[in-house]
Design a protein around this ligand. Structure first.
Ligand code: UDX
Length: 481
């Protein structure tokens, strides 16, 4: 009977429970990963927090009219077996998660695991049973759940491999006095495997912080201790982009670079993923010449200072370049008062469009866009490369400082917005012109287009990401059996 059991086990269908970290920049790639795996024969049960689900359906309803409660309906129509459910993050819907950020993070750390545990308990008894767990690396309870229910443990990393490696080797940074000391060393870091050399100012903001005992730090310590227990790590990056960093990591653990994780094969993603309703920029863009418009966005949750926003606003006027500026109402702080200088919205007339949120990939794909002033979120960088758009880099938080280093120093298709700590309007205007006009713009575009070609090849039938995806799936099937 053990033989028979073995045979039955060998025929177990891969059924993964996937859970997205409840932030916009994590929900988008997680949904697309689910579709990628489902297109290769996986059954996926996708879980969003009730809060994220509520935001998505609310904004989708606003843009496209009423639709079923299940965001994967469209994907299932294309034959993908993706089931969908929600779980509480431990707080009521009306709770202000960005105002009470620390409390919210504590909840994700402690309260949420109980809700997930209960859900997994049900799904391992379902037909066919769940046999893998794919959750964001920042969910610190994944190995506990995998051990309890005997699931294959898959960690999903949504940032570059370089950022993963630096967190992974946090102990090295500490021992060498570059992190966690009262007076950290300021010289270059050149001992991390797979990383030639990096300055402290290019580390993730949490690794540059003087106080290393915040809630976020506790999450980081736990997350990168337990990522070492994962059976595999999936990275939304590309082997050719970060070859040395990835191969050093791959010596430690199975790491699969399968990016960029976009919904290829669909003209537009059939799944709603936006947490806020999207303003339509197409009509406005259609009236503009090719490559003449600068797109500006600082992502989904980082804040900027009012002073910087004002200098950027005045710099834009000085540059005389047309622009679309995604300005979240809470960009400066959650009190949501007007972040722009007085009269700015009237002054820009036909020259600029300020919107609270848009469908970024659609805007970046428009032929009128010629540059991207970005906070350097990893998704934004991948999308910008995909659309061959050079970048003006203005990192604000977390991995964005490290991502800037990759774009500007290593890959050469980006320009720094600031050379010093502060941002000055004349410098902003000068940098915008350098990004958008003349030989410098052509040079940057040439470089980004080369990298776009590399990404495109990676996704092709004999490309690295496609090969890694197939290897990943073979590896998982063995681990499940
Ligand atoms: C943060 C981190 O910096 C990032 O590296 C990490 O992987 C996720 O969390 P975030 O501020 O969310 O990033 O930025 P980004 O990674 O660029 O993701 C934002 C996503 O929202 C992108 O996919 C972008 O297309 C989308 N977006 C942004 C919109 O659809 N509309 C907008 O108006 C702005």
């Amino acid at each position: 009977s053990t033989e028979r059991q073995k045979m039955e086990n060998n025929h177990q269908k891969p059924h993964a429970l996937m859970m997205a970290y409840p932030l916009q920049g994590h929900v988008i790639p997680s949904v697309h990963l689910a579709m990628k795996l489902a297109s290769k024969g996986f059954i996926i049960t996708f879980v969003n927090t009730q809060f994220v689900h509520h935001q998505i359906t609310k904004s989708h309803h606003h843009n496209h009219g009423p639709e079923a409660e299940d965001i994967f309906v469209g994907a299932r129509k294309s034959g993908l077996d993706i089931r969908y459910t929600t779980v509480s993050d431990g707080f009521p819907l009306g709770f202000d998660r960005s105002l009470h950020h620390d409390q919210f993070m504590e909840g994700l750390l402690h309260v949420m695991s109980a809700h997930v545990d209960e859900l997994v308990g049900k799904l391992v008894a379902s037909e066919p049973p769940v046999n893998c767990l794919i959750v964001d690396t920042f969910f610190v309870w994944s190995s506990m759940i995998c051990d309890k229910y005997n699931l294959v443990n898959i960690s999903f990393w949504t940032e570059p491999a370089l950022v993963l490696t630096l967190y992974y080797h946090l102990d090295l940074l500490r021992i060498n006095g570059h992190f966690g000391a009262p007076d950290n060393r300021e010289d270059a870091i050149n001992y991390v495997p797979g990383v030639r050399s990096i300055q402290r100012k290019d580390l993730a903001s949490y690794l540059q912080a003087n106080d290393s005992s915040t809630v976020v730090h506790r999450i980081i310590y736990k997350a990168f201790e337990q990522v070492k227990k994962a059976d595999v790590i999936i990275c939304n990056t590309v082997q050719e982009l970060e070859p040395d960093t990835l191969s050093a990591l791959q010596k430690k653990q199975p790491v699969y670079a399968i990016g960029p994780i976009f919904p290829t094969g669909f003209a537009k993603s059939p799944v709603a993923t936006s947490l806020w309703s999207e303003s339509d920029c197409n009509k406005w863009l259609n009236a503009k010449p090719n490559r003449s418009v600068l797109y500006i966005s600082f992502g989904s949750y980082a804040h900027a200072s009012k002073q910087d926003i004002w200098e950027i606003a005045y710099g834009l006027l000085l540059s005389e370049v047309s622009f679309i500026w995604v300005l979240r109402p809470d960009i400066v702080s959650s009190d949501e008062s007007e972040p722009l200088p007085p009269g700015f919205r009237d002054q820009i007339k036909g020259k600029g469009l300020v919107v609270p949120w848009c469908c970024q990939i659609e805007v970046l794909s428009h032929s009128s866009i010629g540059g991207f002033l970005t906070h350097c979120g990893w998704n934004s960088i991948l999308e910008s490369i995909w659309c061959c758009i050079p970048m003006l880099c203005f990192p604000l938080l977390t991995d964005q400082f490290t991502n800037r280093k990759l774009v500007v120093d290593d890959w050469g298709f980006g320009v720094n917005l600031r050379d010093e700590e502060s941002v000055a309007r004349e410098e902003v205007a000068r940098k915008i012109r350098r990004l958008m006009t003349g030989g410098s713009a052509d040079e940057l575009r040439k470089k980004v287009t080369e990298v776009r070609t590399a990404l495109d090849n990676a996704l092709g039938p004999s490309g690295s990401s496609e090969k890694n995806l197939n290897d990943l799936i073979d590896d998982l099937k063995v681990k499940i059996a």
